[in-house]
Write a protein that binds this ligand. Sequence first.
Ligand code: MN3
Length: 243
Amino acid sequence: MIRPFLTLLVLALVLAAPRLDAGDAPFALAPLPYPPDALEPVIDAKTMEIHHGRHHKAYVDNLNAQAAQIPELAGLSLLDLQRQMSRFPTAVRNNGGGHWNHDFFWNLMTRPGTGGEPSAALAAAIERDFGGLDAMKQAFQQAGLARFGSGWAWLIVRPDGRLAITSTPNQDNPLMDLVPEAERGTPILGNDVWEHAYYLAYQNRRGDYLAAWWQVVDWGKVSAHYDRAIAELAPSAAAAAAK
Ligand code: MN3
């Protein structure tokens, strides 16, 4: 009789434990969507392991620690948090931004040379707003290079449906309500230009990293982000953007 009881007890504890953890910690670090060496030689495995397993993990751990102190934080989705960031202290901005930015970043990338091309709709928008894919890439790289210190380069859909390139400092992003209105929008592509993203392989050569990074961009994902951003626009803006 004892062994079945113990088995059930252990089973009950195993089933209960993850729920207790999830209840205590509203934000979670998802595993990388590919092995850490998948992006080599563009981004090396060691950089990916440290970047995801230590830097991103620290943002999640810190955000969970803040959520334990700030009850309304724990009730927000990560996306809604970005859009209401002005309500919260700077530590939440840094860690909440860091968590969203890195989730977005890992899922934009794929094995070198397998990322395909922009969809017809995205390619047409890039042609309309930048004069072509190469011109867009040059402007994006320039935004990354011009960011002094740490931050991100972004390709966004503006509220009027146009594409634009912006750069934000630290772990800010264009979703945040505290970013200047002229630089706000829905990101469809973003690159991390903190030194921790490239220093092991590229040292101080941020420009080389920005140029090589296009090899791992998953254009299927970027195109899907574009479609979703356009679908969420006000109908009048979506109609204008289609012209
Ligand atoms: Mn980073």
